[in-house]
Design a binder for this molecule. Structure first.
Ligand code: SF4
Length: 321
């Protein structure tokens, strides 16, 4: 019989590792894909793929993903995580790869995938893994019939791979719900010694980061990757349409400087150690003297050595034109 090939959406979490294992146990040849964006880096997937010897391709989604996060058709979860739309986007990419035929995975070349699989579990996540959401994801990704969820397959409609006997439905699983007991028991049975904890690695589920992102979308709906990267650094203050970002340590100061661009202002103290502070405005490039003064005060305030001093001097602020 000819080799059946599956493309597995692989986060590196236990569910996706188990989904790959269930298929491998049936002799299906697995290739994994994972994604990186401004909000997740695919490193967990890379580590797990290496450990479980699964060939993996990491695909960058940055701009496309940011546009989706700004305006998700199916809304956000608890924080700013648009999980349904995010899954749809990833699965659309998977479909492209599945149907394209020849795909280059570095040294590995594969000629055809028969179907796509994920580690989704019915009812495990309230927003994106309830029955309706799973149906929407399948439909809007364009993968109708060709999307197999091996961990919950017996609770879902039979898919083409099952109908065509590419995989045996009998050997697929019927896991549902939020308890991860069965997944943990399987990991034990299959002697997985190490696997990542669930829900790591996506900044969009982080409440604090979500707040910063929401504020950014409010003052600058057209924000780009540089604006988002800055959300990961420093203390943030908003004055009208201007943002003041104050580095919290030397490493952050160094990072913040890398993002300085035309029309930003960088403030530092000349005669005391302390933060590097970036001012970026979204108000047609104008930064008011009031905001510059506020930024200087914050720079001094967050320097333990300079906080109470009267003789602080600032470097001539750099307005990059
Ligand atoms: S947690 Fe993040 S990466 Fe995962 S589906 Fe939701 S938005 Fe996408």
């Amino acid at each position: 019989m000819k080799k059946i090939r599956a493309l597995v959406l692989f986060s590196g979490g236990l569910d996706s590792i188990l989904a790959a294992k269930v298929l491998r146990n049936q002799g299906v040849k697995i290739t994994a894909i994972s994604f990186k964006s401004y909000f997740f880096d695919g490193k967990i997937a890379q580590k797990a793929a290496k450990r479980f010897k699964i060939p993996l391709k990491v695909i960058a989604l940055s701009k496309e993903h940011l546009n989706l996060v700004k305006n998700p058709k199916h809304g956000y979860g608890k924080s700013m995580n648009p999980c349904i739309d995010c899954h749809i986007l990833m699965l659309r990419k998977a479909k492209e790869i599945m149907t394209k035929g020849k795909v280059s995975f570095g040294k590995l070349r594969t000629t055809k995938f028969h179907f796509v699989a994920t580690g989704e579990v019915l009812g495990e996540r309230p927003m994106s893994q309830n029955r309706k959401a799973l149906e929407i994801i399948e439909k809007e990704s364009g993968l109708q019939g060709y999307l197999l969820r091996p961990l919950s397959a017996k609770l879902l409609k039979p898919t083409v791979p099952e109908k065509m006997d590419w995989v045996s439905r009998k050997k697929l699983l019927n896991i549902s719900g939020r308890s991860r007991k069965r997944q943990i028991a399987l990991a034990k049975k299959w002697k997985f010694r190490e696997y990542p904890t669930p829900a790591g690695g996506c900044l969009l589920t982080d409440m604090e980061f979500g707040k910063r992102l929401k504020e950014l979308f409010k003052i600058h709906p057209g924000c780009d990757g540089s604006d988002v990267e800055l959300l990961k650094l420093g203390r943030h203050f908003i004055f009208g349409k201007a943002k003041v970002i104050v580095g919290r340590n030397q490493e952050e100061n160094k990072e913040i400087k890398k993002f300085v661009r035309k029309k930003d202002i960088l403030i530092e103290m000349k005669n005391y150690p302390g933060p590097s502070t970036l001012i970026r405005t979204y108000d047609r490039g104008k930064i008011s003297p009031r905001v510059i003064q506020k930024a200087k005060s914050l720079t001094q305030y967050y320097s333990t050595k300079a906080r109470d001093k009267k003789d602080v001097r600032f470097t001539p602020h750099q307005l990059l034109r």
